[in-house]
Design a protein around this ligand. Sequence first.
Ligand code: ZN
Length: 275
Amino acid sequence: MIQDIHPVHYNNHYEPLTPGASDHIICFHDNKFYVHYSEKDQKLVFPKWGEFLGGSESVYLFSLGEDKFFLIMDAQTLPDGYEWYNTQELRSMKKQGNLDIFIIYTAWHLAKWYQSSRFCGTCGEKTEFDKTERAMVCPKCGNKIYPRINPAVIVGVTNGDRLLLTKYNRTYAYNALIAGFTEIGETMEETVQREVMEEAGLKVKNIRYYKSQPWGIAADILMGFYCDVDGDDTIHRDNTELKYAEWVERQDIELQPDSLSLTNEMMMMFKENRL
Ligand SMILES: [Zn+2]
């Protein structure tokens, strides 16, 4: 999955650091990243702070092993040798391991949060970087804005040797599972029950937790659950959300083209009867 980047260690402890010449720069603008894709090494190369001519404000994001990453949102000048790519283009590039796409998705989550936290939602004043923790603070009313992470569920609904597969009306073309955001005031288990009922018209039982996954591109923390259909297994598909929802036998399950997502791992575990 995207977070499986062993042996590299991800360190997200916030410190108000300033970049050194060889630190990596995540340059983000108009939902695109400014990077170079090395075909030879099949990996992304990020610009270094020393290549920027100055005038740009940066903020420390995270470290991966010894490598530190900083964000620049509005670069005044750009070094040569890099191009702008959107996340779909970056995901479809052939890359070694998950590290590059983990960097991109995590940086996206942070960059979008910084972008939407520039003003105080309470009084409208321009916010500032907090000095000690990952937060934006309002100098006028003291309001503190922390990074926003949306809890959501992925649900593998089983029916004997069959799994409920879906395809969403939105962009992604491959097989998926039932998924949805947690609403205010409900437990994760209630989210599972509600989403399966809303999207497929099914009751479920034996809800059991599997694993979680950060999915920065949607600002999510995804929690995967399996459960069994309870009673009538007739699917009533929500056409506004889904273009496909069917019971599929283990051996007929078609997996996604890459192994980044928790959804894909959950489909694979069921397909290979490893649960
Ligand atoms: Zn304020």
